[in-house]
Design a protein around this ligand. Structure first.
Ligand code: NAD
Ligand code: ZN
Length: 243
């Protein structure tokens, strides 16, 4: 028998990637011949691309931002929100870390840590003001900064070659080091530093489960792997294990 003081809350960490939103109709990066919605990521998701051709990059992100209004969370997003509620009711800790820039986790009821920024936010490069905006979605019109008047806000996205927000990275790594179990859903684990998260947790002795229709660098190190689509696997898994 243990007293409540001796019991330790179980900490569950879920790391998601583009694959969890694939079942909502949002395309992943690497499943379409290396193209993201017809573009090479380096042509639209780098600071160099923004400097070289701001109109192309803006048009691309305006399309991604507008798409948020056309897609909905799928049963995988909903299952994670349910899991968080259940874990917390049972006195445990739960952290959701996502590499995704869409808002489908929030719309399913979760509060994820967004490692790579969010489509719903814009940022001023001159004065660093951040603005939540899903209203100005014209592909051809820039949005000026409401604070300093700079002519064009940029997407508040961490582009390739840019550093992550240290607070965000710190929170994600802290959860990686503290968790007892990690579930990695729909990530190719090809983008650092997010890719190192499950390996940090493994080194700390956490149980790691991967859900992905394709193998990744994590597959052979995970305690369990379920090959399948997130929207099919997650609801069944949670009903069976925690339901
Ligand atoms: P990725 O595109 O590199 O890999 C996607 C992974 O999802 C692959 O391993 C694939 O096998 C798996 N997958 C495909 N369909 C799936 C399904 N139905 N269920 C479960 N898994 C499925 O994505 P990543 O690892 O997240 O990293 C790439 C970067 O792409 C991130 O920085 C992210 O910001 C960006 N991105 C985000 C979105 C989004 O926000 N929805 C979409 C595309 C790219
Ligand atoms: Zn500004």
């Amino acid at each position: 028998m243990t007293t409540s003081a001796e019991q330790r809350a179980v900490h569950l960490l879920v790391l998601t990637g583009a694959g969890i939103s694939a079942d909502s109709g949002v395309r992943t990066f690497r499943d379409h011949g290396g193209l993201w919605e017809g573009q090479r990521p380096e042509d639209v998701a780098t600071p160099q691309a923004w400097r070289r051709d701001r109109r192309l990059v803006w048009r691309f992100y305006q399309q991604r931002r507008a798409q948020l209004g056309e897609v909905s969370p799928n049963p995988a997003h909903a299952a994670l929100a349910d899991l968080e509620r259940q874990a917390k009711l049972a006195g445990g800790a739960f952290t959701l870390v996502t590499q995704n820039v869409d808002d489908l986790h929030e719309r399913a009821g979760s509060q994820p840590i967004h490692m790579h920024g969010e489509l719903a936010w814009l940022r001023c490069e001159r004065c660093e003001r951040r603005v939540r905006d899903l209203e100005h979605l014209s592909p051809d019109e820039f949005v000026p900064c409401p604070a300093c008047g700079h002519d064009a806000l940029r997407p508040d996205i961490v582009w390739f070659g840019e550093p992550l927000d240290p607070h965000v990275l710190g929170a994600a790594f802290e959860a990686a080091d503290a968790c007892d179990a990690l579930i990695c859903v729909g990530s190719s684990l090809e983008v650092e530093p997010a890719a190192s998260i499950p390996f940090r947790s493994i080194r700390r002795g956490a149980v790691v489960i991967e859900i992905n229709p394709a193998p990744t660098s994590l597959t052979e190190h995970a305690d369990a792997g379920i090959r399948g689509n997130a929207a099919e696997v997650l609801p069944v898994l949670f009903r069976e294990v925690w339901g």
